[in-house]
Ligand binder design. Structure first.
Ligand code: NI
Length: 208
């Protein structure tokens, strides 16, 4: 049996090189466009529990813009401030706020039952819905929204007095559930800026 070793030759090498360069460019472009589209990276399906034991998925809010925040009812500072700012933002939006569904998802499923978290947020604004879940459900939705949270035990060892460290962005999701933008109220983006940016996004989408 004769095995033929075909020599590639200069033309073949040139073609191979072009193919390799083409593949490298295609890979770089796809990686770059991935970075340019954070929409694929934030948000996604969830199943959580509202007050009264009602199980809600992200699908329940389709058609409305979602304003999503993660925190917990025992939070000493950031959550109450942010909730007050979300309430203020809704007030500034006036009738437009009816197109928004503000959601507050607990990162402390051990202490925040659906009743606890919903009563907590309703004290700031009746339009906000508080959502709880099992530890696994909270882990899943936090991961989808790229939210970091971690338990910080109290120095005196009191098991119920722990704090939860957590990221504090407010996410604006479109009526189809996809990520639009995020706000950082803790870094100076107050109700004025949130309301005017939300107004712009809503106006842009209804003129399409
Ligand atoms: Ni907090």
């Amino acid at each position: 049996m004769v095995v033929q070793h075909r020599r590639i030759g200069p033309v073949g090498i040139g073609v191979l090189l072009l193919l390799l360069i083409g593949a490298a460019v295609a890979f770089a472009v796809s990686a770059w466009s991935g970075i340019g589209q954070p929409s694929n990276a934030i948000g996604g399906p969830f199943t959580l529990t509202a007050a009264g034991g009602q199980r809600l998925t992200d699908q329940a809010f389709r058609g409305k813009w979602m304003l999503v925040y993660f925190g917990y009812s025992s939070c000493p500072d950031v959550c109450p401030t942010t909730l007050a700012e979300i309430a203020e933002t809704l007030d500034r939006l006036g009738p437009l706020s009816a197109r928004l569904q503000p959601l507050f998802i607990t990162v402390d499923p051990e202490r925040d039952t659906p009743e606890v978290i919903d009563a907590y947020v309703k004290a700031f604004d009746a339009r906000i819905v508080g959502l709880a879940g099992t530890a696994a459900e909270i882990r899943q939705v936090a991961k989808a929204y790229r939210v970091h949270y971690a338990r910080k035990d109290a120095p005196d060892g009191n098991r119920r007095a722990y704090l939860m460290e957590h990221s504090a962005f407010v996410y604006l999701m479109g009526p189809d559930g996809t990520y639009v933008t995020l706000f950082a109220p803790g870094r100076g983006q107050g109700p004025d800026e949130m309301a005017s940016l939300i107004r712009e996004h809503l106006a842009r989408s209804s003129s399409r």
